[in-house]
Design a protein around this ligand. Structure first.
Ligand SMILES: [Fe+2]
Ligand SMILES: [Fe+2]
Length: 345
């Protein structure tokens, strides 16, 4: 692991790293010189920004996804680690799997859990659509995919982990609102949560994680809608057609923001899946940024600026166990009423 201590010492080291992205940028007064701006992945998955000065303008072509060796001086840029590279050479290493971050939970186990959940869909039509996906051999790819290239769950198994979180959180919300009228439709929520990111199988690649052309141009919600439509076919039965449209709507509206979704959430079920998606992605996003900050600066509390979060994440300490007697922690049931009534919500 390369840390800020190495940067303070301006340490020089020979590195072998996978190129995650590479771009040539013009610099100098006349903008007639070029530098390489890279993100490299160290063995074990640590991602670090890197630069290589004075290169040919086409130097970045074909670098992404390849393993390089180089001499690196460790420094910082905008409070984050940055490597200044020299003598970049392509390495013969072709197996890049040890550069990938992986889910702590066994991805195949998570996929098995998702498949098991499909039998809880009571509605035969919706269950049939979802099972067309999960019983397809290619569904095991779920275990290899991330849920994002860099923001949340960007690790092998991340898509299965995220999907399960969205399923369980969505069902908890269904239970919380089950007493209201109209109550959320549990089967629609479950089917929608399982399939809400299925389009990522076409939007992204397995490690090294990149966007595909169709992923860049269409996004995973439209691709997911297309995949469901291809598998389900448009039903002629009016009731099934309505269920089909509601399921597609959950997938299409899962980000509930124009610019991030082709349509905003218009149904209770789509709003539930969207909120569960947000909870899973944002929580994992901040955990990943804290992990990244601690990789750079082990033991730090106030971490460096995170562009992704637009804030400086702060590390919660491991508080020692509270040793106070249990009776001091019990709140009498009657203590809640009068003061709680004055709360705004
Ligand atoms: Fe999504
Ligand atoms: Fe998602």
């Amino acid at each position: 692991m390369i840390t800020l201590r190495d940067a303070e010492a301006k340490k020089d080291m020979q590195i072998t790293a996978l190129v995650d992205s590479a771009e040539a940028r013009a610099y100098g007064e006349k903008k007639d010189k070029y530098m390489l701006s890279l993100v490299v992945v160290m063995p074990g998955g640590q991602k670090i920004g890197a630069v290589h000065w004075n290169v040919e303008p086409d130097k970045a072509n074909g670098m992404a996804g390849r393993v390089i060796t180089a001499m690196a001086t460790v420094g910082t840029y905008k409070e984050s680690l940055q490597l200044t590279l020299n003598g970049i050479k392509y390495s013969k290493i072709e197996d890049v799997s040890n550069y990938a971050k992986r889910s702590v939970r066994d991805p195949l186990d998570a996929v098995g859990d998702i498949i098991g959940r499909t039998s809880h869909i009571v509605d035969g039509y919706l269950r049939g659509i979802v099972q067309k996906f999960v019983h397809d051999k290619s569904f095991e790819k779920f275990a290899q995919y991330p849920a994002g290239t860099s923001w949340h769950h960007s690790r092998v198994g991340g898509l299965a982990e995220h999907t399960l979180q969205v399923v369980t959180t969505s069902l908890q919300l269904v239970d919380e609102f089950a007493h209201l009228n109209p109550a959320p439709n549990r089967d629609l929520v479950l089917a929608g949560a399982i399939l809400h990111d299925v389009g990522k199988l076409r939007e992204l690649t397995p490690f090294p994680f990149q966007y595909t052309d169709e992923g860049c141009l269409l996004g995973h919600q439209l691709l997911g809608v297309q995949m469901i439509a291809d598998r389900a076919g448009v039903p002629t039965n009016p009731t099934e057609r309505l269920k089909y449209l509601h399921l597609l709507h959950i997938v299409a509206a899962s980000h509930d923001t124009f610019g991030q979704s082709p349509v905003v959430a218009k149904t209770v079920e789509a709003m539930i899946v969207h909120q569960a998606d947000l909870a899973s992605s944002r929580t994992d996003g901040i955990i990943m940024e804290v992990q990244k900050g601690l990789e750079q600066d082990p033991g730090a509390t106030c971490l460096g600026w995170s562009n992704k979060l637009a804030r400086k994440p702060f590390v919660t300490p491991d508080f020692p166990a509270d040793q106070s007697p249990k009776e001091n922690r019990d709140v009498p049931a009657s203590a809640s009423t009068a003061e709680d009534d004055s709360l705004p919500y």
